[in-house]
Design a protein around this ligand. Sequence first.
Ligand code: HEC
Length: 99
Amino acid sequence: MRCVLIVLMISFCLLSANTLQAETSMPDKETCRSYMEMFCTRCHKAERICKVLGTKSEQQWGATIKKMGDYGEMDEKTRQTIYSCLSPLPADDPLVCAK
Ligand code: HEC
C-alpha cells in the first residue's frame, strides 16, 4: 500500500516538472513584443497581423510565417519563436492589437 503511494507521488512530481518545462519553453509577452518590433512591423503595421489573429489554422500560420520569414530573411529560430507567439493568440489580442 505504501509503495503505491510512493509511486503515485513520483508520477505526480514528474508530471508537474513536465508542465513547468512546457511553460518555460513558450516565449513570454515581452519577448514576443520585441520580436514583432524587430522582425514584423518594420514592413507593415501590427494592424495587418492583428486582423488575422484567430482566423488561421496552425498550418496557415506556418505558411504565413514562412512567407514573411523569407521576405525578411529570418532564421529558423526566429520563425519558431514568432510562430509560437502568434499562432495561439485569439482575435484582437492586445499583445498585437494594442496601440
Ligand atoms: C520584408 C517585409 C516584411 C516583413 C519583414 C514582414 N512582412 Fe508581413 N507582409 C509583407 C507584405 C509585402 C505583405 C502583403 C503581401 C503578401 O501577403 O505576401 C505582408 C502581409 C502580411 C500578412 C497578411 C497576409 C497573410 O498571409 O495573412 C500577415 C498576417 C503578415 N504579413 C504577418 C507578418 C509577420 C507576423 C511578420 C513577422 C514575422 C511579417 N509579416 C514580416 C511584408 C513583410
